[in-house]
Design a protein. Sequence first.
Length: 226
Amino acid sequence: MNLLVTTFGSREESERGRALMDDLEIPYELLSPEPGFRLVGVPGLVTAAESRQALSRLGKDGFLCAGWVDYRPASVPVPETEPPFAEQGVFGEAAISVLAPCVADQSKIRLIAQVTGDLSSAMPYLNAEMERVSFNPRVPVLTFMDGHRMVALHPRRVTVAKADELVDAWRTLEGVRRLVESVWARRQEIEPNYLTRERPRLSRSSSGCREPTARSAESRPAWPSP
C-alpha cells in the first residue's frame, strides 16, 4: 500500500486536519515531533494514497497542509527528552509550511520552514564561526551543507534540500536551531563577518535537488481537485 505523509504550518491547522479526518472516518496515523523536535515541528498525518484521493470526493471544507510526499520510515528516532529552549534566543520556533519531493531524487524531500525569530542578526556570527558556508549579506542568506542536505537560512525561514524523510527534516531543523542559538549565545566573544562568501561546492549527490522556492502553505490544499 502506498502511504503518504504531510505536515502543517501551525498546530491549529494540524488539529483541524485531524478533526476532519476523524469526522470523515478516514484512517490515518499521527507522526509526532514530541518531545525532542517539538520546537521545530508540528504533528503530521500518514494515510494511504487512496484515502487522500477520497478526501476530494467527500466534499466538506478542507485543511491547509504543507504538501504530500511518499511516507518513509524514520531514519532517526525522535528524542525522548525535551529540547533546550533559549529564552533570550534569536531562532524561536519553526514549522514546515512547504513539503515536496526532490526533483532529481524522488527518494528525498525538500522543505521550507517558517521561523518565529529573525535570523538576520545571527548570520554574520555564523559566517565568522563556520568554515564552509556561503553568505550573501545583501539578501541576506547563509547556505551550508549538513551531510548531503543543503540548508539555507533566510531572515524568517529555513530551507532544506535532500532530507531523507519528515523526521530527518525535523532533526535537521533542530540541529540548525541549536547551532544558531549556540553561536548567538557566544556573540560577545565573536567578531562578526559581514563579508560575502561564495557558495560551497556541492557534492554530486546533493546537487540534484534544488532548494525549494518560497510558497506559502495557503497555496497547498489538502487534496487535489477531483
